[in-house]
Write a protein that binds this ligand. Sequence first.
Ligand SMILES: [Zn+2]
Length: 351
Amino acid sequence: MIEIVYCFVWFIPFFSEITYDFFNSTKSEIAVHEGDILLRRGQRSAINCESCLWPKSQDGLVKVPVNISSDFSLTERSWIADFVNRTTETDYVYVERGCWSYFGKIGGRQAVGLMKNGCMDKGAIQHEMNHALGFIHEQARSDRDKFVKIVWEHIMAGNFGKVKSKNLGLPYDYSSVMHYGAYDFSSTPGKPTIVPIPNPSVPIGQREGLSNLDVAKINKLYKCNCCSSVLPKPKGSFSSVNYPSPYPNNSNCLWLIRIRRSKIFLQFEAFDLQTSSDCSSDYIKVYNGNSKNSPVLLDKYCGKGPLPSVVASGSTMLVEFATDETVTATGFRHVHQSRFFHVFPYIPSGY
Ligand SMILES: [Zn+2]
């Protein structure tokens, strides 16, 4: 029994093909749509359906209770790092073998299918879970014809129709984990089914993980007042809000650095946070992975330096920045880059 926390959620699901097995419903009520989405009739656009959203708890987090089938091994279960046990919730996600998901919350137990060989990679899991949160395929957006051309004559199967979607005032996202690839469901090898406009070579169909806009859309759909972003490039920088002017009080920001290979090296170039005992007021915390459940690389850190530098053991690193209601300072600026390292993470504690 597990629970996923969104609103800042980096979940690592693994789902793939699904069975029609949920509360208060029968197969006849369900339609298969676009290959991997199961819908209840009349609920085609969860984004336009308030009752299809998962509720927010009092602490401001959206928690999706999840229960994983015993078909999955302990190792497979361990991949679902951010899930927490479901207890007695009536509405929850049930993970079983397959590769599909319902569209938004349907009420009661709803299955999400995850399976090896195609539906158990991190990006694929996030794709299926994002359906359960209420998201359609990006190329099914109501405004998609301005951004992609659907090549109907090359389509073998699947549904490439449009949905009367609520687009949240956010742009079309070629890099969304919810976008089909150019050759998906093609009847002829080498013939695309989707061509980006105007530049046909724009990459689509990535399954590395949620894009920056995917995260922004989750936060907007669920009215989550949190700053969070994904940094997918091997080299880059970021700083606290308003830097070098004082950062705001009462904020909680997360940055996920995610690169394709090698390790991530993070170096602070400037650091000035409110000093407090145990850094319980304002702090930076860095995790060796993609969630707050990952091992800690740099525990709560505050004050005026020395400037920390940390190395992740893999290709993801999560940086958390939290501030309380009093006192502010100029904040920080980091740079990060990928490197091949042969040393252990270095944590600045001795000088
Ligand atoms: Zn899908």
